[in-house]
Design a protein. Structure first.
Length: 202
């Protein structure tokens, strides 16, 4: 084979390998939906089991029901310790995982966590730093899409999630300020988007 053709074949093989490698590292994203109340902020986390087991360091996907029964309390602790809202004055909020639910009706399988975040006395729920490292602290390719689902002071966002931003391996904190109108960009999330990789999930 002529040298030029051999070089061309090598380049083609390298491109194919790179594309395959990138596809192999695509991963289901997580979603965080926030509900703003006057005295607290609720959060619903949708966590893909395939990614969660990598960061949680326990098998979850092979037998989700059995794994959930065995690790339920540890999963609650894991989620709670990787969420830390902080008020502008540096005071840390309390975080409580209210419930965990398995979603195994469609791929990707998920763990859905419902969380209550409560600011310290005298602090507003409207402005805080949302520090979050569930999965993304271990899985470099993992993305977390954060949106507002409802707001007691802005009822117009109900039913139409409002995008706040994205968290990933290198960005684990999101500054949230709901003291002014026009925060974020309203988005509608379709069913087809929910099943794609590294794209927003409802």
């Amino acid at each position: 084979m002529k040298p030029a053709l051999r070089r061309l074949g090598f380049v083609a093989a390298l491109i194919l390998w790179s594309a395959t490698s990138l596809l192999a590292h695509n991963s289901p994203s997580s979603a965080v939906l926030l509900d703003f109340y006057r005295d607290r902020v609720g959060a619903e986390l949708t966590l893909p089991l395939a990614e969660l087991e990598l960061s949680f360091k326990q098998s979850l996907l092979a037998s989700p029901g059995a794994a959930y029964a065995q690790h339920r309390d540890a999963l609650k602790d894991y989620v709670a310790t990787h969420i830390q809202p902080v008020s502008p004055d540096g005071r840390v909020w309390s975080v409580k995982v209210e419930s965990l639910t398995l979603q195994t009706n469609q791929q990707p399988f998920d763990l859905v966590a419902r969380v209550t975040m409560t600011p310290p006395a005298g602090a507003t729920t409207r402005k805080f730093n949302f520090n979050y490292s569930v999965i993304n602290h271990e899985v470099m390719s993992h993305c977390v899409f954060v949106s507002v689902r409802s707001d007691c002071e802005k009822p117009g966002v109900v039913g139409e999630p409002e995008s706040l931003g994205m968290i990933h391996f290198t960005i684990t904190s999101l500054a949230i300020d709901r003291t002014h109108s026009g925060q974020g960009n309203p988005i509608r999330i379709s069913a087809s988007v929910l099943n794609s990789t590294n794209t927003p999930r409802k």
